[in-house]
Design a protein around this ligand. Structure first.
Ligand code: ADP
Ligand code: MG
Length: 625
């Protein structure tokens, strides 16, 4: 019994309507990709059912050979793509064919809106999924029946703003999509044409695609074929199908492992960064097959989390076909496959890093943030991942720098790898803490990814050199020469000890200490953490994540060669006993501390107080003497 109305008309989601408008006016030559999209969906639907049937065998009872059928009717001018896959119930019909769910399609709509709307060749590249049927049809009818249910449904639309859902008559499980072809789309009512399109775009589909009594595709999964027999074009098509992506793979890894464990793998590193790479529920994109049969979409443990950008297929010879989700957990075969896959992928990345630094930089820009998780998550391969890591550095501008590069450039007498961490790449690059290092030609790694704090906290060294934050402890820069120009200011700087004493008095408990700085060159002051305290940026992150409540006190470092500091020291030396001078210096000390906090990205305790002090200081500067 159902209380649904017989025919219900619904509006498309606004994005779908916009998409359909674009699709309807798409380039003639791009139109044929609609078939690829519908076949890809049919193949997914069969995979889904095959997966469900592992737990519930009766879902495919009596009809366990999956197939995708093409048929056309010249007189009625219709073309139908059908499958005996999982099918859809009413709610799924509405959810899947009335909205834009997949990120690729959403990205396409965005790209279209940014660029020109009409005749955009992007459409073939992106593929807009199911809606691409409207490139060739002015009416599309979907008849479907979900496996294991006895209700059939019909979805129907002319692609102009709304669609209708009603009870259907389909007698078997699965879905049939019938396109009423536009007047100018007669070319698709032709065996040869359909065969050509299928072989071009859908040859990799592992399920037979049948037209009349002919199977059009090779129906052999590409990972089972010899490496040399799969062309770059075929890889591209297969990648787009398994990854639901619209870019080209940056790297293709295709191999067969023989020996203790046997498996075939066909893996791709995407050319673009997906939008949800950091979503907590984000999983990897490697499907598990067992002896050519799909068993799991992305089983946990097949590839490590830090390789979750991978897309493709692993096909095991050793696992049982009816392997359940529970059985996959901590499965020794899966563990061995993971170790082997990880080694292979890292090996490929190492090779690319060596042979093609620029190309590798592109990869790193997309996925480096994820790969870096491997430094601390993978005890076995962490060191390799660290060597694969690339960084921005104070010495190299936009170029990516490896730790090996850094070590090769280290100054004589330098024993640590210096870094600065922060949440903003620009702020980090212009931080006062690195001024003195720059001046002495000492390179500082600029870390601004959230993950950096985690690996650096758990990594002692790279090839015997310790990592050292430039915002913590003493800078110890005195032993390094300051480049060509000798710093005059420093040698004849007045003794600033009395000034520092006054600063200490004025700032009291708000700082741990006030001291002269070696790390500053242009700025007057900066805040640093004490040797035994936690790094400033790490502490801020922990506080943001509520893992730390109080803040440790900082050391205020003062630049003895800064004009303001020199003038103040001089005044204190000459008239330090004077109450008015002391009061003035005290105000300036507070002003400088707040300024250092701002540079650090900290919040001020009392911004109004700061503003008033600032205005007073400016007024004093401008007042006629
Ligand atoms: P995508 O395939 O990337 O998810 P599509 O626009 O191609 O996006 O399809 C939207 C959704 O419609 C699919 O995710 C699927 O849930 C459903 N769908 C489309 N075609 C079929 C089909 N033949 N059988 C079952 N479900 C389908
Ligand atoms: Mg699709």
């Amino acid at each position: 019994m159902t209380d649904q109305p017989t025919v219900e008309t619904r509006e498309f989601q606004a994005e779908v309507s916009r998409l359909l408008e674009i699709v309807a006016h798409s380039l003639y030559s791009e139109r044929q990709v609609f078939l690829r999209e519908l076949i890809s969906n049919a193949s997914d639907a069969c995979d889904k059912l095959r997966f469900l049937a592992q737990q519930q065998a009766d879902l495919t009872a009596g009809d366990s050979d999956f197939r995708i059928g093409l048929s056309f009717d010249k007189d009625a001018r219709t073309l139908t793509v059908s499958d005996n896959g999982v099918g859809m119930d009413r709610d799924e019909l509405v959810a899947n064919l009335g909205t834009i769910a997949r990120s690729g399609t959403a990205a396409f709509v965005k790209a279209m809106e940014e660029g020109q709307r009409k005749d955009n060749p992007l459409i073939g590249q992106f593929g807009v999924g199911f809606y691409s049927a409207f490139m060739v049809a002015d009416r599309v009818v979907v008849d479907t029946r979900k496996a294991g249910t006895d209700a059939a449904w019909r979805w129907e639309s002319d692609g102009k703003g709304s669609y209708a859902v009603s009870a259907g008559t389909r007698e078997k499980r699965g879905t049939a999509i019938t396109m009423h072809l536009k007047d100018d789309a007669s070319e698709f009512l032709d065996d040869a044409k359909l065969g050509e399109i299928v072989r071009r775009y859908s040859d990799h589909i592992a399920i037979p695609i049948v037209l009349g009594d002919k199977t059009l595709n090779r129906a052999s999964a590409p990972w089972t074929r010899p490496k040399a027999e799969v062309s770059e074009e075929q890889h591209e098509e297969f990648y787009r199908h398994v990854a639901h992506a619209f870019d080209k793979p940056w790297s293709t890894l295709h191999w067969r492992a023989e020996g203790k464990i046997e498996y075939a793998a066909l893996l791709y590193v995407p050319g673009m960064r997906p939008m949800d790479l950091f979503a907590p529920e984000r999983r990897h994109g490697v499907k598990l097959y067992v002896r050519r049969v799909f068993v799991n979409e992305a089983p946990e443990g097949l590839v490590p989390r830090y390789l979750r950008f991978l897309r493709g297929v692993v096909d095991s010879e050793d696992l049982p076909l009816n392997v359940s989700r529970e059985m996959l957990q901590n499965n020794p075969v899966l563990t061995k496959i993971r170790q082997s896959v990880t080694g292979r992928v890292l090996g490929e990345l190492e090779k690319r890093a060596k042979d093609d630094a620029a190309g590798y930089g592109e990869f790193w820009g997309n996925f480096g943030e994820v790969l870096k998780e491997g430094i601390f998550e993978d005890a076995e391969h962490g060191k390799r991942v660290l060597s694969l890591a690339r960084f921005k550095s104070s010495a190299k501008g936009e170029e990516w720098v490896s730790l090996a590069d850094y070590v090769a450039r280290m100054k004589e007498g330098q024993d640590a790898i210096y870094y600065i961490a922060g949440d903003d790449a620009k702020a980090v690059a212009s931080s006062p803490h690195i001024e003195g290092f720059r001046k002495r030609g000492i390179e500082v790694l600029l870390l601004s990814d959230p993950v950096d704090e985690f690996w650096i906290a758990q990594t002692d060294e790279f090839e015997g050199r310790k990592f050292r934050s430039v915002t913590r402890g003493a800078a110890d820069l005195a032993k390094f020469a300051e480049g060509e120009k000798k710093d005059e200011a420093k040698t004849d700087a007045p003794d600033i000890a009395p000034l520092l004493a006054l600063f200490r008095l004025a700032l009291g408990e708000s700082v741990k200490d006030v001291r002269a700085s070696e790390r500053l060159a242009e700025s007057a002051v900066c805040l640093v953490a004490d040797d035994n305290d936690i790094d400033i940026h790490l502490e801020r992150m922990l506080r943001q994540h509520k893992q730390l409540k109080s803040m440790s006190r900082r050391i205020l470092e003062v630049n003895p060669s800064h004009a303001l500091v020199k003038a103040l020291a001089e005044t204190v030396r000459a008239r330090g006993e004077n109450q008015a001078v002391q009061a003035r210096v005290s105000e300036i000390a507070k002003l400088l501390l707040d300024q250092a906090r701002i540079v650090e990205g900290e919040k001020l305790d009392d911004p109004a107080d700061f503003a008033k002090r600032m205005a007073d200081a400016l007024a004093a500067g401008f007042a006629p003497s």
